[in-house]
Ligand binder design. Sequence first.
Ligand code: GLP
Length: 254
Amino acid sequence: MKIYAAKDYDDMSRKAGNLIAAQITMKPDAVLGLATGSTPVGAYGQLIEKCKAGDIDFSRIRSVNLDEYKGLSGEHDQSYRYFMNHNLFDHVNIDKARTNVPNGLAEDPEAECRRYDQVIADMDGIDLQLLGIGGNGHIGFNEPCEVFEKGTHVVTLTEETRQSNARFFASVDEVPTHALTMGIQNIMSAKKVLLLASGEGKAKALYDSCFGPVTPHVPASVLQLHNDVVIIADEAALTLIRENTHWESMVYDN
Ligand code: GLP
């Protein structure tokens, strides 16, 4: 794990945008694993700017998103398909037929999970998986639990996650109770992982993920076992890590 310190959200977004852009430049037909949430919005803004300036080309890029709420259609303004269209796909020259988000309305969600695993397998691996992190250490919608779930699966969202995502809905009652999410093995199979964290609310989850035991109780801690993880975190998210005696061996200031 390498942790790059960013001054603030904008600095984190610029650094992340540069790394993703470099991936696209080096491999124009790359498979990008994409994430939702407020954290990557700034990085997507950077990619839109770079694409509009002619610096990067999405025409051969394929993508797989981490997750989707169960029960929401792609047209629902809080669905992750809608989020991706609105925050990235509608503004760059990506072919939407090459973009994948689990179908939250699938009649048979288990079959949809197997289909999604096959989509990922057919892509021959994710080149760069972008991740945010939940305040409880979740990645995608892999919530703290007793085992690391391997493939795409249906998950019951924790009350904490529903409360924290309620800010995007009219009320917490409207936040779906379930989601479809890539599993830990899907994420760990990515060639490179880029995790972004911003704000004090992520400080404990980030600290536990980087320095605590590898445990499904803190799903992001599994990333300690991946051999190519880059974390870009702003100073607010780094507060607990800065207090750790070993932080200098892992944090790169620039
Ligand atoms: C959701 C998503 C995660 C995301 C998390 C944090 O639960 N499924 O992929 O990392 O929220 O969201 P935010 O970036 O808004 O803090």
